[in-house]
Design a protein around this ligand. Sequence first.
Ligand SMILES: [Zn+2]
Length: 288
Amino acid sequence: MRNPHKNKSTRKIRELTVVPELPDLEVAKNILNRTLSGQTIEEVEVGSPILLRRPTAEIFESTLNGLSIREYMRYGKFLIFHFEPAADLYINFMLAGRLRLQSPADPKQKKMGFRFKLENGLDLRYLDARNMGKIYLLLKDESTALIPNYNEQGPDALDPQLTPDVFRQRIKGFNAVIKHVLVNQRFIAGLGNAYADEILFSAHIMPFRKRSSLTDAEIEVLFNATKSVLQNAIATISARIGDTLQFEVRDFLQVHGKGGEPCPNCGSSISSVKSGLRIANFCRKCQF
Ligand SMILES: [Zn+2]
């Protein structure tokens, strides 16, 4: 028998979880490059080996101990640490991954993927309340082909080479409803449920339109909305969080997570419709 109360609370938890997307990770990457590049790792500890897809916890700890972090990069929803000497760490934060900078003396969290004690005396910790993140350490000369689905990703949504022409040509290879195309990392990499809702609202396009029904003019509007929504989000989040590694700033979004609230354009109630595992938020008056 169905238990309506249980379903309700499960749904609530899912909606409250901020799932990291491109803007959160881009801002984190910038903060890490600004504050923690060149740092040598003085101590490595794996907390939840289940998050480590490769190699083993023992090799992870022994390889990274003593290495310095040369640079932080991002591709789609992966944050990448490049080490010196050569090794590369790829983190896919999935539903609930977080980074925290704290004192090594702070109690270790139950859901700690790993921690690096840095030469500046601080711990950089990867936490994951859901234990669903995926961490891959590639050793010297190992290729990203070892990371499932990594090489199959489309261009990063912020890649300058993703021009209106490239965007239009690529999108025509996908025939699902438009929201599902936007969150498909094989089309472009970096978007999830929240920013797909925001981009479609900005472009005045209904999330359930078939991609094949979009005109070239609408695809161009969608391209411009993709770039501007992401750039604006990065600027807003950067201004709000300074150098703190927060992934939780989402209150500036226009429709995502705002089902039942008034649309910022027209004032009518924002719709909330379940589609597969995701909830789509949109305005029935402003999106066509
Ligand atoms: Zn509206």
